[in-house]
Ligand binder design. Sequence first.
Ligand SMILES: NC(=O)c1ccc[n+]([C@@H]2O[C@H](COP(=O)([O-])OP(=O)(O)OC[C@H]3O[C@@H](n4cnc5c(N)ncnc54)[C@H](O)[C@@H]3O)[C@@H](O)[C@H]2O)c1
Length: 255
Amino acid sequence: MGLLDGKKILVTGVLTDASIAFHVARLAQEEGAQVVLTSFGRQFRLTQAIARRLPQEAPVVQLDVTDDEDLAALADRVREHVDSLDGVVHSIGFAPQSVMGGNFLSGEWADVSTALEVSAFSLKSLAVAAKPLLSSGGSIVGLTFDASFAWPVYDWMGVAKAAFESTSRYLARDLGADGIRSNLVSAGPIRTTAAKSIPGFASMEDGWPERAPLGWDQTDPEPTARAVAALLSDWFPATTGEIVHVDGGVHAMGL
Ligand SMILES: NC(=O)c1ccc[n+]([C@@H]2O[C@H](COP(=O)([O-])OP(=O)(O)OC[C@H]3O[C@@H](n4cnc5c(N)ncnc54)[C@H](O)[C@@H]3O)[C@@H](O)[C@H]2O)c1
């Protein structure tokens, strides 16, 4: 019996087969779930091609998390494939390069606001858009990079992650009465498209494997995907507003 047997899961953020979301979708299917993906714009065809590399090809529905029409249409688009959802995975992040890579002090609001809208507010937007399909026992899971610290080069994306983490706690507060959980996985550095688009990303991953008591492999998204699958499952029934670190233990160490 699989961890997610019979569950229906919406997975955002599959761009390549290196995407954390791709591995979440793969594991979810391997554990018995039915998966629907989202993508948007020029990336849509790429996501469709990558969807064919999953154990079972998954349908892809249009969703730009900043587009009100897409958000309003999401539930109906998902209903073309499944009648309800048990889980929603937020695996979305974007910030213009002008507000990362050591450009904290020169960051301008127009670009900062894009980072905040796509990377933080979108968790609320996605949760509200998917809510008509969710019921008691439902689980929303997102991906963060520990926002308790100022990291080298992460800059306004780090601020967006702090807002994202807070947004998850407020969702936990407001969706708890409906039996819906909101939790995050705080992953260590993994070499994906989003990570490589951060100028100087190497300075964030430098030394991580040495600092991690369990070690850390930046090319392996599997431990992170497993934690997402666990939070989607029925095995965290009383956990919400939580952040589970999947970073080899770095968050718990002093220098
Ligand atoms: N890679 C890492 O080191 C790392 C570490 C911790 C957390 N994370 C987080 O994991 C999540 C997934 O990133 P990833 O590393 O797998 O990279 P990725 O580039 O594979 O995924 C990012 C996704 O965001 C999507 N996206 C961007 N703008 C969007 C929009 N307007 N609407 C809908 N989707 C949009 C892209 O299509 C892409 O699929 C992000 O939230 C990221 O911050 C990544």
